[in-house]
Design a protein around this ligand. Structure first.
Ligand SMILES: [Zn+2]
Length: 225
């Protein structure tokens, strides 16, 4: 039985925010300035006002095709996850809009009672991730695409203290949209977000030498009076 993307949602516990999440991202060439004309000033605080991350699929087969909608000022989103036949796959995700801006990825009149008590204008309190996928069962998502998308969410979870909801576009706009599609492995994705991928980094942080008042020889020279 395939999953229904209109049900895809999970919530983040603020008490379990991860730490030290590293996001490998690069600006898509030519987008950083252009997207200012395809996004809006946020109505809410750009840090404390972020409540949701929306998961999309491009319904296309290339990052360039997805990025071109920004140049055409038709839509926008904050990150783009490359497809498995693209050179960037496995290495980094594309940054395609400043997080401080409201990107145009959900229609303004859409809302859902499960998402910040049904407030509309979701773009103003959310971040949008597009995954390059044709959103048909014959085009499967790669494990790296799922892991990279989860890593973006973890990065946001650490960064935005009021981020609570991770939701599909299909749930927000069920009559018009079905992305990221029935074949998106939502449960695996959720587990990657919630169980964490950077435990190794946490171990290294925990392994730091304790700081304590030490001998004068270890005081950096610039701090010597
Ligand atoms: Zn979408």
């Amino acid at each position: 039985m395939s999953a229904d993307p209109k049900t895809f949602q999970f919530n983040l516990d603020p008490a379990k925010r991860p730490r030290n999440v590293v996001l490998e991202e690069r600006w898509y060439p030519g987008i950083q300035t252009a997207v200012l004309d395809a996004s809006s000033s946020r109505m809410f605080d750009p840090i404390e006002g972020i409540r949701a991350v929306v998961i999309h699929a491009t319904a296309g087969s290339s990052s360039a095709g997805a990025a071109s909608v920004i140049l055409a000022k038709k839509a926008s989103f904050h990150w783009l996850v490359p497809d498995e036949d693209e050179e960037q796959h496995g290495k980094f995700v594309w940054a395609t809009c400043h997080e401080a801006r409201a990107a145009w990825h959900v229609r303004n009149d859409k809302s859902h009672p499960d998402i910040w008590e049904g407030r509309k204008r979701i773009n103003h309190y959310s971040l949008g991730i597009e995954i390059v996928n044709q959103a048909v069962s014959s085009d499967s998502y790669s494990p790296w695409q799922i892991a990279a998308t989860a890593q973006i969410v973890r990065y946001c979870w650490e960064k935005y203290p009021n981020l609570r909801h991770v939701v599909s576009h299909a749930k927000l706009d069920p009559k018009r949209r079905s992305d990221p599609g029935t074949h998106f492995p939502w449960n695996d994705f959720r587990d990657l977000v919630l169980k964490g991928q950077d435990d190794q980094v946490e171990t290294l942080v925990a392994a730091a030498k304790p700081i304590h008042a030490s001998s004068a020889a270890e005081v950096p020279c610039c701090m010597v009076a």
